[in-house]
Design a protein around this ligand. Sequence first.
Ligand SMILES: C[S@@+](CC[C@H](N)C(=O)[O-])C[C@H]1O[C@@H](n2cnc3c(N)ncnc32)[C@H](O)[C@@H]1O
Length: 251
Amino acid sequence: MTTSYSSRFQQPDAVAAYETGEYGADSYATGIWQMQRPVVERMVKNFRSARPGPVRLLDFACGTGRVLSALEPLVDSAEGVDISENMVAVARTRCRQSRLLVGDVLASPELLQPEYDLISCFRFLLNVEPELREKVLCRLRQVLRAPDGRLLVNVHGNAHSLRHPAILWRRRRARAANTGEMLNELSATAARQLLRNSGFEIVQELGFGILPPTLYRTPLRPAAATFDRLLAGENFLSRWAIDILFVCRPR
Ligand SMILES: C[S@@+](CC[C@H](N)C(=O)[O-])C[C@H]1O[C@@H](n2cnc3c(N)ncnc32)[C@H](O)[C@@H]1O
């Protein structure tokens, strides 16, 4: 059975699995966020100090408020929107300064303010249905301040990374067992095209996590983590990273 992405995180057990499994204390995803978070925080601080006026942030598909709770203290006003009431219920416990909304921004465009200076969108593009990606990005483009607003959007499953062979293997297994596991990938080239088609120009690309996550389940974990930490950010390997963060401005 396939579940649409908008209903995937509606049930409390999916929310709990995201919080305690995907983002459990020692998980791979937590390790990636520990590398990404200071970089994103620095970007937001620099953006705010370079701007004369107040900075309004939208965290689209905010989920449990993982990203929003880190960024809300760094801006003048913050909003989070997500389609899942149960994900937002967790975000409400975490994000004390943000306005949190539940709904579908395509069906209810009035959910969004006319203009934001910064929009973040983490762990959404990869798994949402391909036909929705551009529609959502175009809607975000409409509400991003031109010409100097910024969209921070990531793709957390680069098709051209060292994780690819493991994904192929897991897809075979998932097909055989009919588990419905999400094993999507998107190349950096496809993501760049999608962002361009949606009215964005990429100004920076940063990579997080070069080595296959499988290594993190072996005694080589400390060495793998050190290697990945050293290569996190913008460098010659960014395009091969498992998680790529695109910093974009309106075109
Ligand atoms: C993997 S979670 C990511 C949450 C958060 N951005 C983070 O990085 O931790 C994906 C989120 O996208 C939300 N979502 C899925 N389809 C959506 C849609 N059409 N509009 C808004 N949110 C949506 C889900 O409810 C879920 O909270």
